[in-house]
Design a binder for this molecule. Structure first.
Ligand code: ADP
Ligand code: MG
Length: 688
């Protein structure tokens, strides 16, 4: 970012920062001087005007300024480092206590009879109104004037406001030239000695015309403004400018990756006739599927590496789309000798299901299909590895073990990643880096709001399958409470008797606070009348082969009720499943609940609706009602985002990457950052 090495200097070069504090600062994401000067205050505090004590007592929640005399003080040790200092302040109107938690040194700042100024928030305690952890001043060291503005930084245990302000001040003096026109008394006062080098500055990314176009201040000035605000407006603009800086870093990486991809070369498969390609499918493609396959074929014949994400709600038919693309790549024809395709699923169960489901279609199209998982027999593995090394065109299904070192593809043309969001950040990144000469197709059923998709997948092109295949049975969602719960057993009994299947999902394995786990639930079900239908148990601690066997029995109808944790969420396709009961639903996110219910009602409707039954407390009522009222994955994703916050979602996805600016993610600002970066790299069209 900055050209200077000073910006990368660790915070330990500042006075007052030892190893312990450095570690706490690191917890706030602060490691270098640059991190300090770019630290975005969470708010702005305006010094309040003085009020009489009696008035302040009636202003709970307000920030007030008091002048008075110390009438008494008492100090309490509370064990460990915990302590409480109570200082009684009186003026002509009355008295109030000021409370200082865990600041034993404050004892020496107050003597009975002293005149003091306090600024703090009025809180209500058992013994009446009090002032919580106020700042104090005296005649010699007065507090700033009323109306004076101060930043409020995000703080943590052991890192207080004043301490952090001190550090930011020091870092500014070293790193950022003082803006012209700044009042001389502003700043740490530790001006560098005469003749020393002027501070290097942060390094401006935007040129003056861009800054003007955005109506934002330069980076150096903005950094000073945040620490020493001159007005609310200037502070807000500075905050925007600094946030934009963090977002520019993220955007630049995304745009750069995209440009690098587009500058690369990958095999062009030539023209493919879509109707002919899809002729062997047992159904007619939906309009959305056909459109997306067309987009894929366009990419695959462009000579540039494809990097595309397909977003499609659960059940929208992503598999067929992927398999058509795979067939187009793997099948030899005049002008194209055929290439290898790897289709990677997050679990062995899903990989197997894809393999079994798609092998017939591929075979009919003359494309060899193979499966490689941890359970593949050694002799088969050897044979398969030899085929891959010799470049034989085929589609190979598997988990991430497809990309272990021993597997060498001589002719890998297309990598397909199903349920992309299920893979770890590292795996996904490794995959994308693989894509220099390989076409990459990622698929996800998590409908992501467009704004967030830009952050997570800004380096990819996006296709959306926004249409469900026809003939689905109706799926109803219902929050079941009170006496109604007793009717669940009868409903299940009736459905299972007819040969249908049901899931019973609980978020955890063992019993815990506020609810039981799958183990207890399974025992309870086994003791009841549903036991006669056969009950399977799956969770993360059950060995993969046993889990697979349980799924297989369930799919085949040998057992009709599957009790499990959310491991069943991933792509399981059992058309006969018509009921899903989710117990402890309040513990799951909206998007996850939506995914789970997508497991039922996948077969053609047999007349009666499929059911998603949610069990959970009233505290989650609002979320349950949303699920009852809509099946639109995007609407649910937006709501989920609003509930949990962009920072949470994005932060999790981006973990390991620079998280600057994500805590209070501003999607509109990010869009601007993205466009600025795209414009520079000549890629604007890709982001419009
Ligand atoms: P997802 O997008 O969740 O991966 P799948 O690809 O598993 O969805 O498809 C769900 C079900 O819908 C499968 O049983 C599949 O055979 C069926 N299906 C897919 N496309 C169509 C279509 N165009 N018409 C009818 N059924 C379809
Ligand atoms: Mg799927």
């Amino acid at each position: 970012m900055a050209a200077s090495s000073a910006s990368a200097e660790p915070v330990t070069c500042l006075s007052g920062v030892g190893p312990a504090r450095a570690e706490r600062l690191a917890g706030l994401g602060i490691r270098t001087l640059l991190d300090l000067v770019l630290l975005v205050p969470r708010d702005l505090e305006e010094m309040p005007a003085s009020v009489p004590v009696e008035l302040a007592r009636g202003m709970p929640g307000e920030l007030v300024r008091l002048h008075g005399e110390v009438a008494a003080k008492r100090f309490f040790r509370q064990g460990g480092k915990r302590s409480l200092l109570r200082v009684k302040l009186v003026d002509a109107s009355g008295g109030i206590e000021a409370l200082f938690f865990n600041q034993p040194w404050q004892r020496d700042n107050f003597k009975v009879g002293d005149e003091v100024q306090l600024v703090g928030q009025v809180v209500t305690t058992k013994s009446g109104p009090a002032l919580a952890a106020p700042r104090s001043g005296s005649a010699e060291r007065p507090l700033p004037e009323p109306g004076h503005l101060e930043p409020l930084y995000p703080v943590t245990d052991g890192i207080g406001q004043d301490y952090l302000k001190g550090l930011v001040g020091q870092a500014l003096e070293r790193l950022v030239p003082r803006p012209a026109g700044l009042r001389a008394d502003v700043g740490a006062g530790a001006a560098p000695p005469d003749g020393s080098e002027p501070p290097p500055g942060i390094g401006e990314r935007l040129d003056p015309s861009e800054l003007e176009g955005l109506d934002l201040p330069g980076l150096d000035g903005a950094a000073w403004e945040l620490r020493y605000p001159t007005s609310r407006t200037a502070f807000e603009l500075a905050r925007r400018r600094i946030r934009l800086e963090g977002l520019m870093g993220l955007a630049a990486r995304l745009v750069h990756r995209r440009r690098a991809r587009l500058a690369g070369e990958a095999p062009a498969i030539g023209a493919v006739d879509l109707d002919e390609l899809a002729a062997g499918l047992p159904f007619q493609l939906t309009g959305a599927q056909a459109r997306v396959v067309g987009e894929l074929l366009g990419d695959l014949s462009s000579g540039r590496p494809m990097g595309r994400l397909i977003q499609g709600d659960v059940g929208s038919g992503k598999t067929a789309v992927a398999v058509l693309a795979a067939t187009a790549v793997a099948r030899a024809r005049p002008g194209w000798s055929g290439g290898q395709v790897a289709l990677m699923a997050p679990t062995e169960v899903l990989a197997e299901q894809h393999f079994e489901g798609q092998a017939p279609f591929l075979a009919a199209a003359g494309v060899p299909a193979r499966l490689l998982t941890g359970s593949t027999k050694p002799a088969e593995v050897r044979a398969l590895l030899a085929e891959l090394e010799s470049g034989t065109p085929m589609v190979v299904f598997g988990t991430h073990s497809l990309f272990s070192e021993r597997v060498a593809f001589a002719n890998l043309v297309l990598v397909i990643v199903d349920e992309e969001h299920r893979f770890g950040v590292e795996q996904r990144r490794a995959l994308r880096d693989k894509g220099q000469r390989t076409h990459l197709l990622a698929m996800t059923a998590t409908p992501i709001p467009r704004s967030l998709a830009r952050v997570l997948y800004g380096d990819l092109d996006l296709s959306v399958i926004d249409e469900l295949p026809p003939g689905r049975g109706e799926l109803r969602t219902r929050w079941v409470r009170g006496a109604e719960r007793r009717r669940i057993g009868a409903l299940l009994d009736e459905r299972l008797e007819r040969g249908e299947r049901a899931f019973w999902v609980l978020p955890r394995i063992e019993d815990g606070e506020g609810g039981r786990g799958v183990l207890t639930a399974r025992d309870w079900l086994l003791a009841g009348k549903l036991a006669r239908h056969g009950i399977e148990l799956v969770h993360g601690r059950i060995k993969p082969e046993e889990r697979r066997a349980a799924f297989a029995r369930f799919k085949a109808g040998e057992s009709k009720l599957l009790v499990g944790t959310t491991v069943i969420e991933v792509g399981v396709d059992v058309p006969e499943a018509t009921v899903i009961v989710i117990e402890g639903a309040e513990r799951l996110g909206l998007a996850q609940l939506h995914q789970l219910r997508g497991r039922v009602g996948r077969g053609a409707g047999a007349g009666e609706p499929s059911w998603c039954l949610l069990l959970g407390p009233k505290s989650a009522e609002e979320r349950f009602q949303l699920l009852e009222s809509t099946r639109d994955g995007f609407e649910i994703a937006e709501a989920d985002l609003a509930w949990r916050g962009m920072g949470d979602l994005a932060g999790r996805r981006q973990s390991g990457e620079n998280q600057e600016g994500l805590a209070e993610f501003d999607t509109r600002l990010f869009e601007r950052a993205l466009r600025l970066c795209a414009e520079r790299e000549g890629l604007l069209a890709a982001y419009s």
